[in-house]
Structures are given as C-alpha cells and as structure tokens.
Design a protein around this ligand. Structure first.
Ligand code: FAD
Length: 408
C-alpha cells in the first residue's frame, strides 16, 4: 500500500535532546505498523546538562548518557550506526558517510550543531559538539595522576559551556594533579560568560582565578603547533590538551542538502518544526532555526521543550499520510502544534564547587541551593530515559555529596 500507514517508514536522524521524546511514542507507532529506523553516529546521547560535572568527577559516564541503541532495541526501532552526510528530499533518502542509503516517508533530523572549525595544527584537541567527543577528554583526565611531565589544559571559548567545563575540569585537576597540570581559558570578549550579567561574570572569574586558573580575554586561539597554542595577539601558551568550546555553527549535513539555511548554517523550519519546502522532514534542536525565533540561543533547554511538539506533530503527519493526504497539507493550520520557546530560559551552571550559578535574563545568584536544583532537574530528566535494566543510578543525595567535596 503506497504511502498507506502499513508501509510508512519513519527515519530518526541523530537522536538529540529533542527527538529522544519520540521513544515514548515508538511502541504505539510500531503497533500500528510504522517501520522506524534511528541512525546516529554514536550509540549514546550525552546529556549536556551533566557532562561538565561528569568531567569534574561528580557523575559516572553511564549517568550522563542515554543509551540510544538500547532504547531502539527496547522499543522495536531498527538501529543503524552512521553519520548522515546528505539528504535527497526528492528521492526521500538519507545517505551516510559509508554510502548506506536509508529511505524515509517521514524524517526527523536532530543532529545538533557543530563547533566552528578549529585552526590547523597538531596540538591535541577535543571538540564539544557532538558531545560524545568528551569521552576522549575524560579518558585523558583519568591518566593525569600518572603523568610525570607538566600538563596544560587550554579551553578556547569562555561562554557558558567553556566556563562550566573549565570550572569542573579545574576541580578535577585540583583533586588529582594539582602540581602537574594548569588550566587556562581564552575568551575573545572582554570577560568570561559575556552574555551573562556582569556581576556573575566577575564572581565566576574570581573563583577561577582564586583556584589558580588563568584567563586571557580579548584574544582568540589562532594556531596550535605541537604542545602549545598561539593567540591572535601573539601570546604563546603551553598546551597539551585544547578544548574547543567556541560556539555553534550549522552541521555539515545541511551544506550538502538542498534546504534553505540561515547565514550560520542552521536549517530554517516553521514553528511546527517542519522544513517548508519538504513538510515530511522535521528538524529540531540546535540544527534548526525556528521561524520567528532564529536568534534563540543554541541550548538544550529549547531542544528539550521542542520534544513533545515534535512527537505530537510527527504522530499527526503519520496519521495524515495513512489517510492518503498529501504531506503539503499537514501544516499547523491543519492541526499541527506550534513550538513556543520559554520567554526567558533559566540556566544553571555548575561551578566545580558546592555552589551553582542560576541565571534568568538579568537576574542571577550563586548558591548551593542553585546546584541542588540543577541536580534535581537533571536527574529527573535523565531518569525518564533510564532503561529497565539500568538500576545503578546515583540518588540525588550522592550527587550533592560529591559536589560538596569541593568547597568554593
Ligand atoms: C559543555 C556544554 C554544556 C552545556 N550545558 C548546557 C546546559 O546546562 N543547559 C542547556 O540548556 N544547554 C547546554 N548546552 C547546550 C546543549 O548541549 C545543546 O543545546 C544540546 O545538546 C542540543 O541538543 P540537540 O537536540 O540539538 O542535539 P545534540 O544533543 O547535539 O545531539 C545530536 C546527536 O546527533 C548525533 N549526530 C550528529 N551529527 C550526526 C549526523 N550527521 N548523523 C547522525 N547522527 C549525528 C550526535 O552524535 C548526537 O548524539 C551545553 C553545551 C556544551 C558544549
């Protein structure tokens, strides 16, 4: 039955923070005869809210990642490991880097953003997007106590992500290799976390400096020869591990796919999260720019909020196709839900101490209560994606206790 419900194929590309909400519908869709395939370049999704504290030693690896492959097996989705490099909306296919062609009737793309390309060079580097790259950094941090030569971590980018990583890695270094490892942040603006209120930047910069961190503002990393980085103001810094946290650009997939994108390379979607020229294709999370909200910060809070809208609209599209309707009619005027972001998205940064930095617009405070709130929110979200056999999760009190080992 061409395009009938029984033959509809749903392809999930990426499996990011927005599209994991679809796992909750997958069993029902499978029962109705929908074939579902997930293709992602890694079997786990790392939850960015908890990754900095994972590097700081508060959480173990399995506590901060969702087992995408396991969820596929659990819900009857076909799992395919691969990096999608292009889509053909006419043939309705997605192609992976290894040349596998995956067909779809409806596709959901949630592949996240990319880091801007780092400078050429051979100093060891870890990107932050996709997030699974941090597994290499974690492995390197584990070797720190045994290293006898001097080590130097440089974080390029002192925005919210770079700063949270820096503070947590600093806490780990202070605990495991205080004499043999230094940490430096390089930020192009004139202060750390430049989009946060000035008072909060100062507070965090003081904390970082008090614990021995070095901060270079008004500068960018320009070259990375072996064992050092060179800044655009000529400063040379020793560097044995460069962490690239310099913001977000659109993923390479969109460069090879004929969809309209913003100047930064994010695909344009309408508020039902559909691509206007290809309404069978939904895009969500950091890889998409929603019409009317194109300047929304690329943060997981928005991706997570898109999850239920995405699930409902994909369900609507699947039913729509079953009824033999052309996909072009399935816009929100015909029953699809519109995504509306939070007017102000609150963020809580962990600081590698028992304090958290809570910020919403111009309002901020830095207290232990903020970190407790963060642990509660993060663990509650992750618990939704715990598979039945995963019973070894940290209780909330354990996360608090481990953070409290690092007084401010
Ligand atoms: C250090 C750090 C800390 C952060 N902390 C916070 C925070 O506390 N709160 C917050 O709101 N935001 C935070 N963010 C931002 C947050 O990480 C992103 O906004 C969020 O991850 C976006 O989710 P997503 O759904 O777009 O996709 P992602 O979570 O990026 O997931 C995309 C998935 O797709 C896979 N993939 C990528 N490309 C392909 C491809 N071509 N083919 C197949 N699969 C692919 C990836 O492996 C990944 O599993 C942080 C970011 C960083 C770097």
């Amino acid at each position: 039955m061409q395009n009938g419900y029984a033959s509809v194929h749903l392809l999930l590309i990426g499996g990011g923070h927005a599209s994991v909400a679809l796992f909750e519908r997958a069993v029902a869709w499978r029962k109705r005869g929908i074939d579902i395939t997930m293709v992602s370049d890694h079997p786990h999704l790392y939850y960015s809210g908890m990754v900095p504290e994972h590097l700081g030693g508060v959480y173990g690896e399995d506590e901060v990642r969702i087992d995408l492959k396991g969820w596929c097996q659990h819900t009857g989705i076909t799992w395919h490991r691969g990096r999608v490099v292009r889509m053909d909306p006419t043939a309705r296919t997605a192609t992976t880097a290894y040349g596998t062609t995956l067909p779809y009737d409806v596709a959901v793309v949630d592949v996240g953003a990319s880091n801007p390309t780092p400078p050429e060079g051979s100093a060891q580097i870890t990107g932050t997007k996709p997030m699974h790259q941090i597994a290499r950094l974690e492995a390197w941090l584990r070797t720190l106590p045994e290293r006898t030569s001097q080590q130097h971590v440089v974080i390029a980018g002192g925005g919210a992500a770079g700063t949270e990583l820096a503070l947590n890695i600093q806490a780990r270094i202070r605990r495991t290799a205080p004499r043999t490892c230094t940490i430096t942040v390089v930020e192009p603006a004139d202060r750390l976390i430049p989009l946060f209120p000035e008072g909060s930047s100062q507070r965090v910069a003081d904390l970082f400096a008090r614990q021995g961190g070095r901060l270079y503002t008004g500068a960018r990393v320009q070259h990375r020869p072996p064992d050092r980085v060179v800044l655009d103001n000529g400063t040379r810094l020793p560097c044995t591990q460069l962490v690239w946290a310099t913001g977000s650009v659109g993923p390479p997939l969109w460069q090879c796919t004929p969809f309209s994108c913003t100047d930064q390379g994010f695909v344009k979607v309408i508020d039902s999260l559909q691509i206007p020229s290809a309404p069978r294709v939904f895009a969500a999370g950091d890889c998409a720019a929603v019409d009317g909200y194109a300047d929304l910060p690329r943060i997981g809070v928005h991706a997570v909020k898109q999850g239920p809208v995405l699930a409902e609209n994909v369900d609507h599209m699947l039913k729509h196709l079953r009824n033999g309707n052309p996909p072009e009619r399935a816009y929100h005027s015909a029953g699809l839900r519109a995504f509306k972001p939070y007017p102000v998205a609150p963020l809580i940064l962990s600081t590698g101490t028992e304090q958290g930095l809570w910020r919403a617009g111009p309002v901020w405070w830095m207290r232990p209560a903020a970190l407790r709130m963060k642990h509660l929110v993060d663990l509650r979200w992750m618990n939704r994606y715990r598979l039945p056999h995963q019973s070894t999760w940290s209780p909330l009190s354990a996360a608090h206790a481990r953070s409290a080992q690092h007084p401010a």
